[in-house]
Design a protein around this ligand. Sequence first.
Ligand SMILES: [Zn+2]
Ligand SMILES: [Zn+2]
Length: 214
Amino acid sequence: MKDRSLVRHIVIHQRIFDMWKYLLLLLLFGCNEKKANIPTVKETTIVLLPYEGFDTSLIPFIQRQIDSFYHCKVICLTSAQLPSFAYYKPRNRYKADSLLKFENRFLKDNEIIVGLTGKDISTKKDSIGDWGILGYGACPGSVCIVSTYRLLSSPALFKERFIKIILHEIGHNFGLPHCSNNVACLMNDAEGSINTVDKEKKWLCDKCRKQISL
Ligand SMILES: [Zn+2]
Ligand SMILES: [Zn+2]
């Protein structure tokens, strides 16, 4: 196992399945750099998976935003209970990598599953065994998880921040690494600060767009 810190991000090289040898994760987002099995934007259906307790009134907004950004078909599953094996009782939160394993059970061909939860989620960061995060996803891969828990303190900015994190995680699923071309590019490394997210626009720079043929 090899860990690589990218300020607000953490790269955790971790065996999950044979097809996933590495996961990169950060305070907000996750990705790695393996090139195989990359979902293609044109052929992918984005599947929303709201976990129990998630505010489902947000679903139409999320669907519209993903559709207008990636031009993918977006569907929504019925709510699922958070799996008990992902629960980390000492901090009353859920392990993001365990949630990704759970989401793989629902996965069909040409789909990306976006888990949505109001509960706190976490992962390992450097020497910190349990670090709270906003989102986590495979890069590339077909599953990610995004949490509203750390965003709810700013109602005015909540929806814009939340959708940026969702679009960023899906970008990782499509194989986009972090980007430093332009502070407005959605694939910036947030580097531990929500301010970085606020500088981003719902926009990908030319390099990122080309990479995923968007
Ligand atoms: Zn990221
Ligand atoms: Zn970019």
